[in-house]
Design a protein around this ligand. Sequence first.
Ligand SMILES: [Zn+2]
Length: 341
Amino acid sequence: MDCNTVKPGQQNNGLGGATGPFWKSLQQFLPLVLGAVLVGVTACSSSPMPTNDSNALPVVATFSILDDLVQNVGGEQVQVITLVGPDGDAHTFEPTPADSAALTKAAVIFENGLGLEPWLDDLYSASGATAQRVVVSNGVDLLGIHEAGAEQAATDADHADHGEFDPHIWHNVANAMQMVENIRNALSAADPDHADLYATNAENYLAELKDLDGWVRERVATLPAARRKLVTSHDTFGYFAAAYGFEIIGTAMGSASTEAADPSARDLAALAETIKAADVPAIFAENVANPQLVEQIAQETDVKMGPPLYTDALGKAGSDGDSYIKMMRYNVDAIVNALSE
Ligand SMILES: [Zn+2]
C-alpha cells in the first residue's frame, strides 16, 4: 500500500485537503503546487517511490488490477505507483498533485484505456510527464457497451464521455493474458537489460492465468445454464458474460460507468420486473459501488443478494480479492454458489 492508493471520496493529502482538479490553477500557483508535491512525497515514508540506490524501473499503473498484472511481470525490477488503489473506483477518481508527481517520475504509464480513466489525459498534460503511455487493452477483442434493454441503453452523452467500447476487459481471463503480454513487451522495450527476466516472469504468470481460465470454465459448468444470469450495480461483466456463458439481465445503475446518474424510480421498477420475469436466483453489489441500489432492488423483487463482488478494483491487502487471480476465483465462487441456491 502506498499513499497514492486512496478510496473514492477520500482526498490524498498531498495538498493538505485541497479539492477538485488542481491543474486548472496549476499555472497560477506553480511554485505553491510544486512545494506541496514535495511535502506530499517526503511525508509519505512508506511509499515505494524509487530511491537513488534502486535501479528498479519507476512505472505507474492507473488502477489496482493493472498494478497486480504489472507486478507479476516486473517483479522487483519495477517500482509501481498505483493511482486508484484497492476498492477505489477509476470511473469517478479525482487525481491529486501526488498523482501528478508520480506521472513525472515514471518511465512507463500503464493504462486500461477505453474510457476507464477519463481523467488521465488532463492529468498527463498538466503533469508535464514524458513517460510512454501504454494502453494495455490493445489487441483485445472489444465488445460494445452492453445494451440491456432500451431503457438501459447508454445515452449519447455516456458514449461521448466513456467511449463506445466496454472497458471492463479483465473479467475475461483471456483478455488479462493479452494485457500481460502487452505489459511484458512494454517493460522489455523500456528496460531491455531485463527483457529476459520480464519474459520469464510473464511466461510463468501466463501459465497461472491459463490454469485460472480452465478453473473458471469448470466451476461455471457446475451451474445449470438457465441459472447463469447476472444483475450487478453497474455494467461491468460484459466480457465475463460473453466468455463464460452468462446473460446480463440488467444493472442497477443502467450504465457501464459508476459515474451515471441514479436511475429513475421507473427504471428501477422496470428492472425489478425483468428480474422477476427472468427468475434470477440472486443479485450482486460490488466493491466499487454503494450497495444501496442493489439492496433496494433485492427488497422490491424479494430476490436474495449474493456477497459483493470485486469488479473494477482489487480488495485491500489480506482480503479475498487482493490479487487478480484471487479476485477472479472469489467472484466465480460467489456467483456460482449464490446462483446455485
Ligand atoms: Zn466499471
